[in-house]
Write a protein that binds this ligand. Structure first.
Ligand SMILES: [Zn+2]
Length: 311
Protein backbone atom coordinates (compact mmCIF):
# COMPACT_ATOMS: atom_id res chain seq x y z
CA UNK A 1 0.00 0.00 0.00
CA UNK A 2 2.92 2.33 0.69
CA UNK A 3 6.51 2.51 -0.30
CA UNK A 4 9.12 4.16 1.86
CA UNK A 5 10.64 7.10 0.04
CA UNK A 6 13.32 7.95 2.53
CA UNK A 7 13.96 6.42 5.93
CA UNK A 8 11.22 8.47 7.48
CA UNK A 9 8.78 9.16 4.64
CA UNK A 10 6.41 6.87 2.73
CA UNK A 11 4.43 7.54 -0.42
CA UNK A 12 0.76 6.53 -0.32
CA UNK A 13 0.19 4.29 -3.36
CA UNK A 14 -3.46 3.39 -2.88
CA UNK A 15 -6.43 5.14 -1.30
CA UNK A 16 -7.37 3.73 2.13
CA UNK A 17 -11.06 4.36 1.39
CA UNK A 18 -11.54 3.00 -2.16
CA UNK A 19 -8.16 1.44 -3.06
CA UNK A 20 -7.95 3.80 -6.04
CA UNK A 21 -4.43 4.35 -7.33
CA UNK A 22 -4.83 7.59 -9.24
CA UNK A 23 -4.29 10.87 -7.41
CA UNK A 24 -4.29 14.45 -8.59
CA UNK A 25 -2.35 17.25 -6.87
CA UNK A 26 -4.60 19.41 -4.68
CA UNK A 27 -2.28 21.76 -2.78
CA UNK A 28 0.95 22.14 -0.86
CA UNK A 29 0.87 23.00 2.83
CA UNK A 30 3.57 23.92 5.33
CA UNK A 31 4.12 22.31 8.74
CA UNK A 32 4.02 25.56 10.75
CA UNK A 33 4.19 23.86 14.10
CA UNK A 34 7.34 21.77 14.10
CA UNK A 35 9.44 21.14 10.99
CA UNK A 36 8.63 24.02 8.57
CA UNK A 37 8.67 21.35 5.84
CA UNK A 38 6.24 21.48 2.90
CA UNK A 39 3.94 18.50 2.25
CA UNK A 40 1.78 17.61 -0.73
CA UNK A 41 -1.93 17.02 -0.37
CA UNK A 42 -3.46 15.00 -3.21
CA UNK A 43 -7.02 14.03 -4.12
CA UNK A 44 -8.08 10.45 -4.87
CA UNK A 45 -9.46 10.49 -8.40
CA UNK A 46 -12.07 7.84 -7.54
CA UNK A 47 -13.55 8.81 -4.16
CA UNK A 48 -12.28 12.36 -3.62
CA UNK A 49 -10.39 11.69 -0.36
CA UNK A 50 -7.66 14.23 0.25
CA UNK A 51 -4.49 12.80 1.73
CA UNK A 52 -0.97 13.85 2.67
CA UNK A 53 1.76 12.13 0.66
CA UNK A 54 4.60 11.44 1.13
CA UNK A 55 3.99 11.25 4.84
CA UNK A 56 6.14 10.33 7.84
CA UNK A 57 6.24 6.59 8.57
CA UNK A 58 4.59 5.55 11.83
CA UNK A 59 7.93 5.23 13.61
CA UNK A 60 8.89 8.79 12.60
CA UNK A 61 5.61 10.59 13.27
CA UNK A 62 6.23 11.25 16.97
CA UNK A 63 9.01 13.68 15.96
CA UNK A 64 6.33 15.84 14.33
CA UNK A 65 4.40 16.16 17.60
CA UNK A 66 7.35 17.62 19.51
CA UNK A 67 5.99 21.10 20.12
CA UNK A 68 4.93 22.89 23.27
CA UNK A 69 2.16 24.38 21.16
CA UNK A 70 0.59 21.01 20.42
CA UNK A 71 -2.11 21.71 22.96
CA UNK A 72 -4.30 18.77 22.08
CA UNK A 73 -1.75 16.83 24.07
CA UNK A 74 -1.09 19.22 26.92
CA UNK A 75 -2.92 21.26 29.49
CA UNK A 76 -0.52 24.19 29.38
CA UNK A 77 -2.20 27.51 30.08
CA UNK A 78 0.64 29.62 28.67
CA UNK A 79 -0.24 32.12 25.96
CA UNK A 80 -3.50 33.72 25.04
CA UNK A 81 -4.35 31.14 22.35
CA UNK A 82 -3.99 28.32 24.84
CA UNK A 83 -6.03 30.16 27.47
CA UNK A 84 -8.89 30.73 25.04
CA UNK A 85 -8.61 27.16 23.86
CA UNK A 86 -8.90 25.82 27.42
CA UNK A 87 -11.97 27.99 28.00
CA UNK A 88 -13.57 26.74 24.81
CA UNK A 89 -12.70 23.19 25.78
CA UNK A 90 -14.94 23.40 28.85
CA UNK A 91 -17.90 24.27 26.63
CA UNK A 92 -16.91 21.67 24.05
CA UNK A 93 -16.66 18.91 26.68
CA UNK A 94 -20.23 19.54 27.75
CA UNK A 95 -21.35 19.58 24.14
CA UNK A 96 -19.55 16.30 23.39
CA UNK A 97 -21.04 14.37 26.30
CA UNK A 98 -24.47 15.84 25.49
CA UNK A 99 -24.15 14.76 21.88
CA UNK A 100 -23.17 11.19 22.82
CA UNK A 101 -26.08 10.91 25.27
CA UNK A 102 -28.54 12.15 22.67
CA UNK A 103 -27.18 10.01 19.85
CA UNK A 104 -26.89 6.76 21.79
CA UNK A 105 -29.61 6.76 24.44
CA UNK A 106 -29.26 3.92 26.92
CA UNK A 107 -25.62 3.24 26.02
CA UNK A 108 -23.50 1.97 28.90
CA UNK A 109 -20.02 1.13 27.59
CA UNK A 110 -17.88 3.69 25.79
CA UNK A 111 -14.50 3.41 24.08
CA UNK A 112 -12.69 6.67 23.40
CA UNK A 113 -9.91 6.20 20.83
CA UNK A 114 -7.08 8.76 20.98
CA UNK A 115 -8.03 10.04 24.43
CA UNK A 116 -5.07 12.44 24.72
CA UNK A 117 -4.91 13.59 28.31
CA UNK A 118 -8.31 12.04 29.06
CA UNK A 119 -10.50 15.13 29.55
CA UNK A 120 -13.43 13.79 27.53
CA UNK A 121 -13.08 10.27 28.91
CA UNK A 122 -13.17 11.58 32.48
CA UNK A 123 -16.27 13.64 31.68
CA UNK A 124 -17.89 10.55 30.10
CA UNK A 125 -17.06 8.55 33.22
CA UNK A 126 -18.70 11.22 35.38
CA UNK A 127 -21.77 10.99 33.13
CA UNK A 128 -22.10 7.33 34.09
CA UNK A 129 -20.51 5.43 31.19
CA UNK A 130 -18.32 2.39 31.74
CA UNK A 131 -15.24 3.87 30.08
CA UNK A 132 -12.19 2.58 28.22
CA UNK A 133 -9.58 4.87 26.65
CA UNK A 134 -6.81 4.22 24.15
CA UNK A 135 -3.94 6.66 23.56
CA UNK A 136 -0.67 6.04 21.69
CA UNK A 137 1.32 8.85 23.33
CA UNK A 138 2.99 7.76 26.56
CA UNK A 139 3.32 11.30 27.94
CA UNK A 140 -0.39 11.98 27.39
CA UNK A 141 -1.23 8.66 29.09
CA UNK A 142 0.82 9.72 32.14
CA UNK A 143 -0.96 13.09 32.28
CA UNK A 144 -4.32 11.29 32.11
CA UNK A 145 -3.31 9.15 35.07
CA UNK A 146 -2.01 12.10 37.06
CA UNK A 147 -4.91 14.47 36.41
CA UNK A 148 -7.88 12.10 36.15
CA UNK A 149 -6.66 8.80 37.62
CA UNK A 150 -7.30 7.14 34.24
CA UNK A 151 -5.33 4.12 33.02
CA UNK A 152 -5.34 4.52 29.24
CA UNK A 153 -4.42 1.58 27.03
CA UNK A 154 -1.93 1.27 24.19
CA UNK A 155 -3.46 1.07 20.63
CA UNK A 156 -2.54 -2.65 20.51
CA UNK A 157 -5.44 -3.24 22.93
CA UNK A 158 -7.84 -2.50 20.06
CA UNK A 159 -7.16 -5.92 18.59
CA UNK A 160 -7.25 -7.95 21.80
CA UNK A 161 -10.57 -6.84 23.29
CA UNK A 162 -13.61 -9.10 22.76
CA UNK A 163 -15.92 -8.40 19.80
CA UNK A 164 -19.07 -6.31 20.40
CA UNK A 165 -17.64 -4.88 23.65
CA UNK A 166 -18.94 -1.35 23.25
CA UNK A 167 -22.19 0.56 22.77
CA UNK A 168 -20.35 3.73 21.73
CA UNK A 169 -16.95 4.51 20.21
CA UNK A 170 -15.77 8.12 20.09
CA UNK A 171 -12.91 9.75 18.17
CA UNK A 172 -12.45 13.46 18.74
CA UNK A 173 -10.10 14.84 16.08
CA UNK A 174 -8.30 11.52 15.88
CA UNK A 175 -9.34 9.79 12.63
CA UNK A 176 -7.14 12.09 10.53
CA UNK A 177 -4.06 10.98 12.51
CA UNK A 178 -4.37 7.20 12.06
CA UNK A 179 -1.75 5.52 9.83
CA UNK A 180 -3.51 2.15 9.47
CA UNK A 181 -6.87 3.74 8.71
CA UNK A 182 -8.73 0.85 7.09
CA UNK A 183 -7.49 -1.74 9.61
CA UNK A 184 -8.38 0.52 12.53
CA UNK A 185 -11.90 1.25 11.26
CA UNK A 186 -12.33 -2.51 10.75
CA UNK A 187 -11.32 -3.02 14.38
CA UNK A 188 -13.88 -0.40 15.52
CA UNK A 189 -16.56 -2.29 13.62
CA UNK A 190 -15.61 -5.53 15.36
CA UNK A 191 -15.70 -3.88 18.79
CA UNK A 192 -19.04 -2.15 18.29
CA UNK A 193 -22.17 -4.13 19.07
CA UNK A 194 -24.82 -4.25 16.30
CA UNK A 195 -26.85 -1.07 16.61
CA UNK A 196 -23.94 0.62 18.41
CA UNK A 197 -22.86 4.15 17.53
CA UNK A 198 -19.54 5.59 16.39
CA UNK A 199 -18.96 9.33 16.75
CA UNK A 200 -16.02 10.85 14.83
CA UNK A 201 -15.17 14.57 14.79
CA UNK A 202 -12.78 15.73 12.07
CA UNK A 203 -11.79 19.02 10.41
CA UNK A 204 -13.95 19.80 7.41
CA UNK A 205 -11.90 20.20 4.23
CA UNK A 206 -14.93 21.71 2.48
CA UNK A 207 -15.51 24.33 5.19
CA UNK A 208 -15.66 28.07 4.57
CA UNK A 209 -12.43 28.58 6.52
CA UNK A 210 -10.62 25.95 4.38
CA UNK A 211 -11.44 27.86 1.18
CA UNK A 212 -10.84 31.26 2.84
CA UNK A 213 -7.28 30.42 3.94
CA UNK A 214 -6.45 27.96 1.11
CA UNK A 215 -3.01 26.37 1.65
CA UNK A 216 -2.66 28.53 4.80
CA UNK A 217 -5.63 26.84 6.55
CA UNK A 218 -4.25 25.76 9.92
CA UNK A 219 -6.34 22.58 9.99
CA UNK A 220 -4.37 21.00 7.14
CA UNK A 221 -1.89 20.52 10.00
CA UNK A 222 0.51 18.49 7.86
CA UNK A 223 2.06 16.01 8.32
CA UNK A 224 0.16 15.16 11.52
CA UNK A 225 -3.11 15.12 9.57
CA UNK A 226 -2.71 12.26 7.12
CA UNK A 227 -6.23 12.68 5.63
CA UNK A 228 -8.48 15.69 5.07
CA UNK A 229 -12.08 14.54 5.14
CA UNK A 230 -15.26 15.60 3.38
CA UNK A 231 -18.65 13.89 3.64
CA UNK A 232 -18.59 11.32 0.81
CA UNK A 233 -15.20 9.67 1.48
CA UNK A 234 -15.90 9.51 5.23
CA UNK A 235 -19.29 7.87 4.55
CA UNK A 236 -17.64 5.28 2.30
CA UNK A 237 -14.82 4.58 4.78
CA UNK A 238 -17.31 3.47 7.45
CA UNK A 239 -19.79 1.87 5.05
CA UNK A 240 -16.93 -0.44 3.98
CA UNK A 241 -17.11 -1.84 7.53
CA UNK A 242 -20.86 -2.13 8.15
CA UNK A 243 -21.25 1.31 9.73
CA UNK A 244 -23.94 3.42 8.12
CA UNK A 245 -23.92 7.20 8.14
CA UNK A 246 -26.66 8.69 10.33
CA UNK A 247 -25.94 12.43 10.43
CA UNK A 248 -23.29 15.15 10.70
CA UNK A 249 -23.24 17.89 13.32
CA UNK A 250 -21.26 21.14 13.07
CA UNK A 251 -18.59 22.01 15.66
CA UNK A 252 -19.23 25.72 16.04
CA UNK A 253 -16.18 26.88 17.98
CA UNK A 254 -13.50 25.22 15.88
CA UNK A 255 -13.67 28.03 13.31
CA UNK A 256 -12.47 30.58 15.88
CA UNK A 257 -9.53 28.43 16.90
CA UNK A 258 -8.54 27.62 13.32
CA UNK A 259 -8.84 31.32 12.39
CA UNK A 260 -6.51 32.24 15.28
CA UNK A 261 -3.89 29.72 14.24
CA UNK A 262 -4.18 30.54 10.54
CA UNK A 263 -3.75 34.30 11.16
CA UNK A 264 -0.85 33.60 13.52
CA UNK A 265 0.91 31.46 10.91
CA UNK A 266 0.38 34.26 8.36
CA UNK A 267 2.10 36.66 10.79
CA UNK A 268 -0.85 39.00 10.33
CA UNK A 269 -0.58 42.28 12.24
CA UNK A 270 -3.40 42.41 14.78
CA UNK A 271 -3.80 38.67 14.25
CA UNK A 272 -5.92 38.17 17.33
CA UNK A 273 -8.41 40.93 16.41
CA UNK A 274 -8.44 39.76 12.81
CA UNK A 275 -9.07 36.18 13.77
CA UNK A 276 -11.90 37.19 16.10
CA UNK A 277 -13.57 38.84 13.08
CA UNK A 278 -12.96 35.99 10.62
CA UNK A 279 -13.84 33.45 13.33
CA UNK A 280 -17.16 35.22 13.83
CA UNK A 281 -17.76 35.15 10.09
CA UNK A 282 -17.05 31.37 9.99
CA UNK A 283 -19.33 30.87 12.99
CA UNK A 284 -22.25 32.70 11.34
CA UNK A 285 -21.66 30.82 8.08
CA UNK A 286 -21.71 27.48 9.92
CA UNK A 287 -25.00 28.38 11.63
CA UNK A 288 -26.52 29.16 8.23
CA UNK A 289 -24.80 26.34 6.36
CA UNK A 290 -23.96 23.54 8.77
CA UNK A 291 -22.03 21.60 6.10
CA UNK A 292 -19.55 24.51 5.90
CA UNK A 293 -18.54 24.40 9.57
CA UNK A 294 -14.81 24.29 10.30
CA UNK A 295 -15.14 20.80 11.78
CA UNK A 296 -17.95 18.26 11.76
CA UNK A 297 -18.93 15.36 13.96
CA UNK A 298 -20.06 12.37 11.91
CA UNK A 299 -22.33 9.78 13.48
CA UNK A 300 -22.49 6.17 12.26
CA UNK A 301 -24.55 3.19 13.32
CA UNK A 302 -23.27 -0.39 13.21
CA UNK A 303 -25.53 -2.63 11.17
CA UNK A 304 -25.81 -6.39 10.73
CA UNK A 305 -24.54 -9.14 12.97
CA UNK A 306 -21.57 -8.73 15.31
CA UNK A 307 -18.33 -9.65 13.57
CA UNK A 308 -16.44 -12.14 15.70
CA UNK A 309 -12.84 -13.27 15.70
CA UNK A 310 -9.59 -11.34 15.67
CA UNK A 311 -8.87 -8.76 13.00
ZN1 LIG B 1 -10.31 6.87 -2.90
Amino acid sequence: MFHVKQDRLEEVDSCPVCQGETFEPALKAIDHLVSRETFNIVRCHTCGLLLTTPRPVLSAISGYYQSDDYISHSSSSKGIVNRLYLLARKYTLRRKTGLVKKTAPGAKSLLDYGSGTGDFLAAAGESGYRITGIEPDQTARKVATRTHGLELLDPGALHSMPAASFDVITLWHVLEHIHELDQTVKAFSRLLRPGGVLVAAVPNASSMDASWYGPGWAAWDVPRHLYHFTLEPVKKLFANHQMQFVKAKPMYLDGFYIAMLSEKYRHSPWWLVKSACTGLMFFIRSVLRKDMASARTYIFKKSGQAVTGAV
